[in-house]
Design a protein around this ligand. Structure first.
Ligand code: NAD
Length: 297
């Protein structure tokens, strides 16, 4: 069954969610307020489908059909009422997300989800008139490759909404976990703890980012080390999450100064071409050297 699927925010996650939803046959409206980012997302989606054709994962006709199912919108005001699903994927800031969710709810979707990585959905639901239709729909990056969907249910989330989220997961080829509403849920709380400690280790000069990542890959069987993962997620995104978790759990989640400094310098990871590694055409190139112990705290 084709559904009307609205994704708000065409950044790293929004474009990934739009990709899998269009692949699954849904009609996708991708809402992005920043014109240049919207155009870049559409170009990136075209590239992804070209790649799928090259690798024999889709025929040219299938790729064209998927691409044509995605329409870029400059704002929620351009979206017709009563879509089946709206997923909010704007930056990890409470006020911004609340404002977007209130505007999205006015369109009366059957299911309203937030892709938040860490903000309790109870806080996000403040201001909604139908919080029973709302839950966390936490996809992982890159969305087309990662099968997990973390469904976050708050006290107000109706059982039917959780069921609808499970059905959605199945239709998008995702494997869900259902998690109680706590800051950082079941994933970010643990993943970010590891990432922040790895950054402190770089600042302490314990080893280079490449060697810290290699140690976790070979010693603990992590498919991607915590610093490369931070580059993939985006240092700015991780900083926002760390601040949310610090407010909830205290200073064990205080962002290390190195992270704050790198974000201020525009070193955001893969998306900016430089983070703990340098990136060329989306591929990891060199790693940064570890600073002298104690040089950056
Ligand atoms: P991003 O910064 O790459 O993209 C966010 C996009 O939202 C930007 O293009 C921005 O212009 C747009 N935007 C801002 N306000 C808007 C509005 N009012 N209407 C429409 N678009 C608007 O961020 P991201 O990495 O895609 O993260 C989005 C959300 O997903 C965050 O809550 C983040 O915590 C979560 N998340 C991120 C990752 C990751 O690996 N990056 C993984 C899981 C979850």
């Amino acid at each position: 069954m084709t559904e009307r699927f609205v994704v708000v925010g065409a950044g790293t996650m929004g474009l990934g969610i739009a990709y899998v939803a269009a692949e699954a046959g849904h009609l996708v409206e991708l809402v992005e307020v920043d014109r240049a980012r919207g155009d870049a997302a559409v170009a990136r989606l075209a590239q992804l489908w070209e790649g799928a054709v090259r690798r024999g994962k889709a025929t040219a006709e299938q790729a064209t059909a998927s691409r044509q199912r995605v329409t870029l919108r400059a704002g929620l005001a351009e979206v017709a009422a009563e879509p089946d699903v709206i997923v909010e994927a704007v930056p990890e800031r409470l006020d911004l997300k609340r404002a977007v969710l209130i505007e999205a709810e006015a369109l009366r979707p059957l299911l309203l989800g937030s892709n938040t990585s860490s903000i309790p959905i109870t806080e996000l639901a403040d201001g909604l008139t139908r919080p029973e239709r709302f839950c966390g729909l936490h996809f992982f990056n890159p969305v087309w490759a990662m099968t997990l969907l973390e469904i976050v249910v708050g006290p107000a989330t109706a059982a039917e909404t959780t069921d609808a989220a499970r059905t959605l997961a199945a239709r998008l080829g995702k494997d869900p976990v259902v998690v109680r509403d706590m800051p950082g849920f079941a994933t970010s709380r643990l993943g970010v703890a590891l990432g922040l400690e790895a950054i402190r280790m770089v600042a302490d000069g314990v080893a280079s980012p490449a060697d810290i990542d290699k140690a976790m890959a070979l010693g603990y069987r992590h498919p991607v080390g915590p610093l490369e993962l931070t580059d993939l997620v985006g240092l700015d995104v991780r900083l926002d999450i760390a601040r949310t978790l610090q407010a909830a759990y205290g200073d064990r989640f205080a962002p290390p100064s190195l992270l704050v400094e790198m974000v201020a310098a525009g070193r955001l990871g893969k998306k900016s071409g430089q983070g703990f590694y340098s990136w060329a055409d989306g591929v990891r190139a060199g790693g940064i050297e570890s600073p002298e112990p104690g040089a950056v705290r």
